[in-house]
Design a protein around this ligand. Structure first.
Ligand code: AMP
Ligand code: MG
Length: 403
């Protein structure tokens, strides 16, 4: 049963969601939490900001002193970030204040230094300010006790910074899914072994392991399986305790493409066998008892693309995060494009800014074996089945190479 790109994506999402896997929780140091998935709700331990914070360098003033301009105020002190001004700012007075410093008592606004002239301790103020101008009021970003990050949130740099700002030196995260990687093919040799002229280096395992890591998984490379049923079966068994099994190669129509047959013998249930996409048409998805698997086509570009399209979103769910379907962005087509395939195509391409618009052009590539082409790309140009004739300048979908 061959399904469309959209159907395949929902089948993956529905089946993994239905399995209702909630990963175990572990506590890690914050600097180990990058890309992990939060397993607790986190609240602000104090008001953010904790005081009325100046966001400009200038003078803390009473705004009501500035009705007639220019006004001259007496500077009675200075408050840099990390200090306090202990007295009260009285009518006719001001205090020199720096960005990040707490507003002194009595003052209710900050005048930017650019709008002042200083003559000794007399400060001429040339512009008025509204009450609370050039300040972020205490608790305005988040009051103490407010939830600032919810469980299931993926932690990237901004989230990690936010956790640091509320004092979370350690954080509860979900255990990372273990992803077994099994390339198949009699022609494959390990990267460190010199290949004979008719052999191919196993590049898929290395690329997949890198993709798995970037998707918050822990890769488990199972070695290279030959195109023979018994050893293939045995090697699949070695991945049985992982959370996801990725096979590469052996899912096309060739005489030695045994992967589906062997999976079926192991009792696999298939949710789809083939998707209407290029590259990646032979992709299969299913499970053997508790173990979800993808049979990725072996061509390195197909393997790469099908990982990005289906495995990365699946791994988000298995990591305890929400399903993250690939996000399509828009760019203008550099040159006309025609297709008659009726498939959803994902072509290695480069997008760059031209006259303020993103413009996309496919990179020259030799089909789905061409990793040189994918390495030169920074995105995939998406051509939908209905888009048979596209003109230069048309808006089209692109997905970033790694999301
Ligand atoms: P297959 O899907 O097994 O028919 O393989 C399709 C193409 O991808 C063939 O040219 C294979 O040599 C190549 N290929 C398969 N597996 C890998 C791998 N692990 N690394 C690099 N190339 C591969
Ligand atoms: Mg093969």
């Amino acid at each position: 049963m061959v399904v469309t790109y959209e159907q395949a994506l929902s089948i993956v999402q529905d089946n993994i969601r239905a399995a209702n896997r909630v990963p175990e929780v572990e506590t890690v140091l914050l600097d180990r939490a990058f890309r992990r998935v939060l397993a607790e709700d986190v609240t602000a331990d104090r008001d953010l900001p904790p005081f009325h914070r100046a966001i400009r360098d200038g003078y803390a003033v009473r705004s009501s002193d500035l009705t007639g301009l220019p006004a001259v105020l007496r500077c009675v002190g200075e408050v840099p970030a990390g200090r306090t001004f202990e007295a009260e700012v009285r009518p006719g007075q001001c205090v020199s204040i720096m960005t990040g410093a707490p507003l002194p008592e009595g003052a209710d606004a900050v005048v930017m230094v650019e709008h002042t002239v200083s003559r000794g301790n007399d400060i001429e103020i040339q512009r008025g300010v509204q009450p609370w101008e050039n300040l972020v009021l205490r608790g305005r970003e988040a009051p103490q006790g407010a939830r600032i990050l919810a469980r299931a949130r993926r932690l990237r740099a901004a989230e990690i910074g936010l956790l640091a700002s509320v004092g979370k030196a350690t954080v509860a995260v979900y255990r990372q899914p273990c992803v077994a990687i099994l390339p198949t093919g009699d022609e494959l040799v390990p990267v460190e072994q010199p290949p004979q002229w008719f052999q191919i280096r196993n590049s898929n395992s290395t690329a997949l392991a890198a993709q798995v890591k970037s998707a918050n998984g822990v890769p488990l490379e199972l070695g290279i399986a030959p195109d023979r049923a018994d050893p293939l079966k045995e090697m699949i068994e070695r991945g049985r305790d992982s959370d996801l099994l990725l096979l590469s190669g052996g899912v096309s129509m060739g005489k030695f493409d045994l992967v589906e047959e062997v999976l079926a013998e192991l009792g696999a249930e298939f949710y789809f066998r083939g998707t209407a996409i290029r590259p990646g048409k032979p992709l299969v998805f299913g499970r053997i008892r508790d173990l979800f698997f993808f049979g990725l086509p072996g061509n390195p570009v197909s393997t790469f693309v099908t990982f990005e399209l289906f495995v990365r979103p699946a791994l988000a769910l298995l990591s305890g995060a929400a399903f993250e379907a690939p996000v399509f962005l828009r760019a203008r087509l550099a040159k006309p494009f025609r297709q008659k395939t009726g498939l959803t195509m994902f072509l290695p391409a480069r997008v760059q800014m031209q006259d303020r618009d993103p413009v996309v052009e496919p990179v020259g590539w030799q089909g789905s074996g061409d990793l040189v082409g994918v390495a030169a790309a920074n995105c995939f140009l998406v051509i939908h089945p209905g888009q048979t004739e596209l003109a230069a300048g048309d808006w089209v979908d692109v997905i970033p190479k790694e999301q």
